[in-house]
Write a protein that binds this ligand. Structure first.
Ligand code: DX5
Ligand code: ZN
Length: 226
C-alpha cells in the first residue's frame, strides 16, 4: 500500500464531472488513488439514479491497474454480480438492507472471483453483520445516509467504527474497514482514529476548481496532522 500505514484513499466518481469522466478518473489515478469507488444507485433503494455498468466499461481504459470497487445501492444486488465480474470489477459492496438473501449474494460475488463487502447505514447496528464479518473482505460503515454526495459526516457513527475495529482485531480478521460519506481534510483523521483505514472521498477530491491529484495528497497528510 502506497502510504505505508495501510491507508487507502478511494475517490468516488459520483462527485466527478460526468462530461469529462475519463479525464478526471485519470487524474485521480495519477494522484495515487488506491482504488476507484463507483456508486450505482437504482432510484429505489435510494432516490437517485446514477449510472449502470456501461459507465464502468467506458472508464476502464482510464483506470489502468487501479482496482475498481462498486458500491451497489440497488435492490436485489445479486442481479448485477455477473455483469460486474465480466467487466473486471475487483470488489462489490452491497447493502445488507437491500438483499433478500445476504449470504447468497455474498456467495455469488465470491464465486464470480470478486471481493465482497457489506455496507451498513448510519443507523444500522453492527449486529446485522457481526455473524458474517469473518467472511467479508470489506465492511463499510456509511458515515452519511446513502444516496447523495456532499453530505455532512455523521460523527456519531464513530463508536460503531470502533466496535467494528475491535471485532476485526479480536477475531484476527483480514476484513478491511471502510468509511464513506463526508470524508474530507477535517474529518478523515477522526475516522482513522476510530479505526477505519479505507476512505471513500467524493466531493473532497472532485468538484469545480479542485486539483484532483493534490487533493488526494492533502487527504493523506490530514490523517497525520494533529
Ligand atoms: C453516497 C455515496 C458516496 C458519495 C460520497 O451515498 O455512497 O460514495 O459519493 O460523497 P462525499 O465524499 O461527497 O460525501
Ligand atoms: Zn459510495
Amino acid at each position: 500500500m502506497k502510504s505505508g500505514n495501510g491507508v487507502e484513499i478511494l475517490p468516488s466518481i459520483l462527485a466527478a464531472d460526468f462530461s469529462k469522466m475519463g479525464e478526471e478518473v485519470l487524474a485521480a489515478v495519477q494522484g495515487g488513488a488506491d482504488g476507484l469507488h463507483i456508486d450505482i444507485m437504482d432510484g429505489q433503494f435510494v432516490p437517485p439514479i446514477t449510472f449502470g455498468s456501461q459507465m464502468i466499461k467506458d472508464i476502464k481504459p482510464y483506470v489502468a491497474q487501479v482496482p475498481m470497487e462498486v458500491h451497489l445501492m440497488v435492490h436485489e444486488p445479486i442481479k448485477m454480480v455477473q455483469e460486474l465480474s465480466e467487466i473486471g470489477v475487483k470488489s462489490v459492496i452491497i447493502h445488507s438492507e437491500a438483499c433478500l438473501d445476504l449470504e447468497a449474494t455474498l456467495l455469488s460475488i465470491k464465486s464470480h472471483g470478486m471481493q465482497s463487502g457489506v455496507a451498513i447505514k448510519p443507523d444500522t447496528h453492527v449486529d446485522a453483520i457481526e455473524g458474517i464479518l469473518d467472511q467479508l473482505d470489506i465492511v463499510l460503515a456509511m458515515t452519511v445516509e446513502p444516496g447523495y454526495g456532499g453530505q455532512k459526516y455523521i460523527e456519531t457513527v464513530e463508536p460503531k467504527i470502533k466496535l467494528l475495529r475491535e471485532l476485526i482485531e479480536k477475531g484476527n480478521l483480514l476484513t478491511k474497514l471502510e468509511v464513506d460519506g463526508g470524508i474530507n481534510e477535517s474529518t478523515i483523521r477522526s475516522a482513522y482514529r476510530a479505526g477505519a483505514t479505507r476512505f471513500v472521498c467524493g466531493s473532497a477530491i472532485f468538484g469545480e476548481s479542485k486539483d484532483i491529484k493534490n487533493q488526494i495528497i492533502k487527504l493523506r497528510e490530514a490523517i497525520h496532522i494533529s
